[in-house]
Design a protein around this ligand. Structure first.
Ligand SMILES: Cc1cc2nc3c(=O)[nH]c(=O)nc-3n(C[C@H](O)[C@H](O)[C@H](O)COP(=O)(O)OP(=O)(O)OC[C@H]3O[C@@H](n4cnc5c(N)ncnc54)[C@H](O)[C@@H]3O)c2cc1C
Length: 305
C-alpha cells in the first residue's frame, strides 16, 4: 500500500466530529485537503488503492451510520477562499468556503443575492450539490458555473455551467453522479448599498435563529416539504414535537428538526425519522422524504432517502 503520510491521510477517524448532528462512526481513511490539487491527489491515491471515495463539506446535511464508512472520506472544510470582483459581481469560491462567511463578505462588498443563505451552516460545495435554499432564494438562482473532477479521472478537472446541473427543489444532478465540486462561480448584483445588503442578511439570520433550534446539534430540516404541505406543520399537527428515541428528539421549537439532545446515536436518529414517517403516512397518507443524506449501513426500519 502506498505511503499515506505526505497526503495527510489518517485511518479510522470518527466522523461525529465532522457532522452537525455529532453522530457517525469511523471513516476507514480520512483526509482534509487544503487545496484542489491535494484533493485530486487524494482521489488518485484512492483510485490506485481500489477504494471508493466521498467528499463531504460541513456535514450539515448528513446522517452517517454508527458503523462508519468504508473507503476514503475527504472533508473539504480546509478548502477555503473566495475572490470577489466588485465591478461585475462575480465570485469565485473554493468548495469548502462556508456559505455564511461568503454571504457576509458579499454583503460588505455591496454584492446582493446571497442574503438568504447566511443561516445555512454548509459549504459552497454542499450548497451546490443540495441546491440549498432559504427565504425564497436558492443556490441555482445565483450560480453561474462550477469546476468539478471525476474521481475516475482526477487529473482532469473541468467546468460545468449551472444550466447543466438539472437544478430543482433541493436537487441537482450531482446527487446522482460522483463528481466532486472543487469551486463555484456565482454572479451577484454589484453596486448595491453594503449597509442595506448587510441589514437584509442580518435580518434573515435573526428570523431563523429565533424560530429554529440553532443551539442544539441538528441537520436543519429533516424532510423535504411535500408540496403543497409543510413537513413541519404535518408533524406538529400530530403532536409529535418532543417525541424522543434515546438521545434523538423532534425539536420542541421546530417540528421538522430532529435534535441530538446529547448522546444520540445515528441509529436512534434514523429510528425517529422512520417513526415520524410512519405516523404522518398513517394519519395523512403522505410520504415524507428525507432531505438529509444517509450514508453507510442502517437497519431496515427507515424508508429510503
Ligand atoms: C441548523 C441548520 C440549518 C439548515 N438550514 C438549511 C436551509 O435553510 N436550507 C437548506 O437548503 N439547507 C439547510 N440546512 C442543511 C445543510 O446546511 C445544507 O444542505 C448544506 O447545503 C449542506 O452543505 P454541507 O457542506 O454541510 O454538505 P454535506 O452535508 O457535507 O454534504 C451534503 C451532500 O453533498 C455532498 N458534497 C458536499 N460537498 C461536496 C463537494 N465539494 N463535491 C461533491 N459532493 C459534495 C456530500 O457527499 C453529501 O452527499 C441546514 C442545516 C443545519 C444544521
Amino acid at each position: 500500500m502506498a505511503s499515506p503520510t505526505p497526503l495527510g491521510l489518517r485511518r479510522a477517524v470518527g466522523l461525529a466530529d465532522f457532522t452537525t448532528w455529532k453522530v457517525g462512526g469511523p471513516a476507514q481513511w480520512f483526509a482534509e485537503p487544503d487545496s484542489g490539487e491535494r484533493l485530486c491527489a487524494l482521489l488518485s491515491w484512492a483510485r490506485a488503492e481500489g477504494l471508493g471515495s466521498r467528499v463531504i463539506g460541513a456535514g450539515s446535511n448528513l446522517l452517517v451510520s454508527d458503523a462508519g464508512l468504508e473507503g476514503l472520506i475527504l472533508c473539504n472544510r480546509r478548502l477555503q477562499g473566495a475572490d470577489l470582483d466588485c465591478s461585475n459581481g462575480v465570485i469565485e469560491a473554493q468548495a469548502g468556503e462556508p456559505i455564511p462567511t461568503l454571504a457576509r463578505r458579499a454583503a460588505r462588498a455591496g454584492l446582493a443575492g446571497l442574503e438568504w443563505s447566511v443561516g445555512i451552516p454548509g459549504t459552497v460545495g454542499g450548497a451546490v450539490v443540495m441546491n440549498a435554499g432559504a427565504q425564497g432564494g436558492c443556490t441555482a438562482d445565483v450560480l453561474e458555473s462550477i469546476t468539478v473532477v471525476d474521481p475516475n479521472q482526477p487529473e482532469r478537472p473541468f467546468r460545468l455551467q449551472a444550466s447543466e446541473l438539472d437544478f430543482a427543489y433541493r436537487h441537482s444532478r450531482l446527487q446522482q453522479e460522483p463528481l466532486v465540486v472543487l469551486s463555484a462561480r456565482f454572479r451577484l448584483n454589484p453596486d448595491q448599498d453594503p449597509t442595506e445588503v448587510s441589514r437584509r442578511t442580518s435580518a434573515n439570520l435573526h428570523s431563523r435563529t429565533s424560530s429554529q433550534p440553532y443551539q442544539q446539534p441538528s441537520c436543519g430540516s429533516v424532510f423535504r416539504n411535500p408540496e403543497p404541505h409543510k413537513a413541519g406543520q404535518l408533524i406538529e399537527g400530530l403532536g409529535l414535537k418532543g417525541l424522543t428515541i434515546g438521545g434523538a428528539q423532534v425539536s420542541p421549537i421546530h417540528a421538522n428538526f430532529i435534535v441530538n439532545t446529547g448522546a444520540a446515536s445515528a441509529t436512534e436518529i434514523d429510528q425517529l425519522i422512520a417513526t415520524v414517517q410512519e405516523r404522518v403516512q398513517a394519519a395523512h397518507g403522505i410520504t415524507l422524504h428525507p432531505e438529509v443524506k444517509r450514508l453507510g449501513p442502517f437497519g431496515p426500519i427507515a424508508l429510503a432517502a
